[in-house]
Design a protein around this ligand. Structure first.
Ligand code: CS2
Ligand code: MG
Length: 402
């Protein structure tokens, strides 16, 4: 089964997505997500100019060999652009393999380890009352787990909170927004938010929160300790993880579970965090961590240390990634939870999909491959629109972690 084409489709149905479509001489094709929020065209070029030409004529069933070729053959290993491009190829090849075998992807991986996949949604509010109302809406929709993010008094803007009533979308079209940040104001406020959640809703639902890289290790330790009474499912990205050893300080002070890894793109980004059990959930997902072939190695390594998966799943990873990730989630033995933020209607139209949401759980469906397709004619009606993630500055103007 030879690869005869490998084309990149860039489309913007509500937001930008990059998709790789690989076609074979047996008429079977597969697609993979190559979306890197704010740097979409870098991955599109990496694929078009450097990867696709090397795929033509290769055996599409040699998934592992192609992965090794693209990883080692590039010489310049790792990094988000490279690993997102490799992930798109990998996802497309697994999709082809499933279609060729007439099997859903999860069966190729080893079959279902559970009946369905628990997901968490995003409740956001400009203040506590609004955030609690959104939390209530998620409970009514059947979610068993909800992430809550809230505006902080006397801070102009905060991660995870839309300025209007529309769904939160971090990338702003045409500009790099500048947000201001105060760790002091945040640290004083957040325990009040969780107290309000538990006071109104009790402990029936899993409560999650994303710090989004904003604290120093000792501040993260302080926050984790201060919120222990609220029994979070996880505190996410409490501090930037380049210094994996920094998480020892957090672990010394708190039993609040820690989730890290949406920005990771290889096992090397988290090897120490896992083997020293400095985290509880690994947030890496298929699109930015080298696809099925690499993420399952990361998950297997994590399982040795009782670290569970918690795949990243915002609206800036395409429905293709969501579909493939749900197959991965259904199979992976050390599953934790899957993020599901939902998509603009236009995106769901461009990407017909077999996955379904019901009562707080999702299932990838039984379609061969990953069960997601792309309507290329419809995709062409949504041209790319330059959009960038914000930056954050401390109130004195210091450039900070967004
Ligand atoms: C966030 C992401 O979902 C999350 O946990 O950290 O929404 C992140 O801000 C975006 O993926 C950045 O593009
Ligand atoms: Mg996050």
């Amino acid at each position: 089964m030879k690869i005869i084409r490998a084309d990149v489709i860039v489309t913007c149905p509500g937001r930008n997505f990059v998709t790789l479509k690989i076609e074979t001489d047996e008429g079977v094709y597969g697609i993979g997500d190559a979306t890197l929020n704010g740097r979409e065209l870098a991955v599109a070029s990496y694929l078009r100019d450097h990867v696709s030409p090397t795929l033509i004529g290769r055996d599409a069933t040699r998934i592992e060999d192609i992965w090794q070729y693209l990883y080692k053959g590039a010489y310049w290993r790792r990094g988000p652009v490279t690993m997102t491009a490799i992930a798109a190829v990998d996802m497309a090849l697994w999709d082809i393999m499933g279609k060729r075998a007439g099997l859903p992807l999860y069966k190729l991986l080893g079959g279902a380890s559970r009946d369905a996949v628990m997901v968490y949604g995003h409740a956001t509010g400009r203040d506590i009352p609004e955030a609690l109302d959104r939390y209530a809406q998620h409970i009514e929709a059947g979610y068993k787990a909800v992430r809550i993010q809230c505006g902080v008094p006397n801070m102009r803007s905060v991660y995870g909170v839309s300025k209007g009533s529309d769904k939160y979308e971090p990338a702003k079209k045409g500009i790099v927004d500048e947000e201001s940040w105060s760790s002091e104001k945040y640290l004083d406020f957040i325990p009040k938010l969780f107290d309000a959640v538990r006071d109104r809703f009790g402990f029936e639902t899993h409560l999650l929160h994303d710090v989004h890289h904003r604290l120093t290790p000792i501040e993260a330790a302080r926050l984790g300790k201060s919120v222990e009474p609220y029994r979070l499912f996880w505190l996410e990205d409490p501090t930037p993880a380049e210094n994996q050893a920094g998480f020892r300080l957090i672990r010394e002070h708190t039993v609040t579970p820690i989730a890290v890894g949406e920005v990771f793109n290889s096992i090397w980004d988290c090897k120490q965090l896992i083997e020293e059990q400095l985290i509880d959930y690994l947030r890496a997902t298929l699109t930015h961590a080298g696809g099925i072939t690499h993420l399952r190695r990361m998950a297997d390594f994590a399982s040795l240390y009782q670290v569970r998966t918690g795949c990243h799943g915002p609206s800036d990873l395409s429905p293709v990634c969501m579909g493939a990730a749900l197959h991965f989630d259904l199979w992976v033995p050390n599953f934790g939870i899957q993020e599901y933020m939902g998509y603009p209607e236009a995106a769901l139209d461009v990407f017909p999909h077999a996955w379904r949401f019901e009562n707080g759980m999702m299932h990838p469906g039984e379609a061969p491959g990953h069960g997601v397709d792309i309507d290329e004619a419809l995709a062409a009606r949504y041209p790319y629109e330059p959009a960038y993630l914000p930056v954050a500055r401390l109130e004195d103007g210091t450039l900070w972690n967004w």
